[in-house]
Design a protein around this ligand. Structure first.
Ligand code: NAP
Length: 248
């Protein structure tokens, strides 16, 4: 028996990076996978057929996670197409880095809306379905930066710290309904998001990590599969760091 066989999962922001790895890993473990993308249309459209090679049902939706109405419609569409929703993975995220002195209101709002408001939007819509089914696992992708803060990322750190408070509150509110809510906090993971950081800074980061290397998207995906599956059935309200010991 595969770890999430016949469950239905929705992953936001799966066209690239960590979200893509999560969608693939869930499919390998037998889940039917609904996923979203926004600007990477070709990559998003190509993913569905890649996922179907694992013998599961997959469908991509072009949907902006920061849009409340669109998130509600997305969940309605996923349930219409797949029949149910067992697992929600809120992964969509962006950075707009800069020191506070130079940070524009627009860059603050963009990051808070895409990273944090999206988690509210999708979770609110999904829990309506999960409460009726009396089962569900919600996994929110936060960051070590949300735990520790980071110079030049006040907007991003605030959004990721907000996700942690939200995750724990939902765990407290919905535990009695058998809905679990956990966060995964990746450290330095090698994706297009971290490609944007200059080479010297990347090397400094790696040297500060006890395991002396960046993580791979698949290593975050493995933690998500654990939290999505019944292997973690008595775990809720937690933040699982996948960071090679960075904050230890
Ligand atoms: P990435 O390679 O830049 O991918 C980001 C994904 O989010 C893309 O698929 C993008 O889709 C999607 N997205 C962006 N805005 C969206 C929106 N409004 N609605 C729906 N989807 C949207 O980033 P990543 O490194 O894989 O990061 C994934 C998550 O992990 C993020 O939440 C990030 O904050 C978190 N994280 C990453 C690291 C790291 O080191 N990489 C560390 C800690 C936490 P389109 O391209 O189709 O628009």
């Amino acid at each position: 028996m595969k770890l999430v066989e016949n469950k239905v999962a929705l992953v936001t922001g799966a066209s690239r990076g960590i979200g893509r790895a999560i969608a693939l890993r869930l499919a390998q473990e037998g889940a039917n996978v609904a996923f979203t993308y926004l600007s990477s249309v070709e990559k998003g459209e190509a993913l569905a057929s890649e996922l179907e090679q694992y013998g599961i049902k997959a469908k991509g939706y072009r949907s902006d996670a920061s849009d409340f109405q669109a998130a509600d419609q997305l969940v309605t569409d996923v349930v219409a197409d797949f029949g149910k929703l067992d697992i929600l993975i809120n992964n969509a995220g962006v950075t707009r880095d800069g020191l506070l002195m130079r940070m524009s209101e627009e860059n603050w709002d963009t990051v808070i809306n895409i990273n944090l408001k999206s988690v509210f939007n999708l979770t609110k819509a999904a829990t309506k379905i999960m409460m009726r089914a009396k089962t569900g696992s919600i996994i929110n992708i936060t960051s070590v930066v949300g735990i520790r803060g980071n110079a030049g990322q006040a907007n991003y750190a605030a959004s990721k710290a907000g996700i942690i408070g939200f995750t724990k509150s939902v765990a407290l509110e919905l535990g009695s309904r058998n809905i679990r809510s956990n966060a995964v906090a990746p450290g330095f993971i090698e994706t297009e998001m971290t490609d944007a950081i200059d080479g010297k800074a990347t090397e400094d980061w790696k040297q500060s990590i006890p395991m002396k290397r960046g993580g791979q998207p698949e290593e975050v995906a493995d933690a998500c599969v654990f939290l999505a599956s019944d292997l973690s059935r008595y775990i809720t309200g937690q933040v699982l760091q996948v960071d090679g010991g960075m904050l230890t």
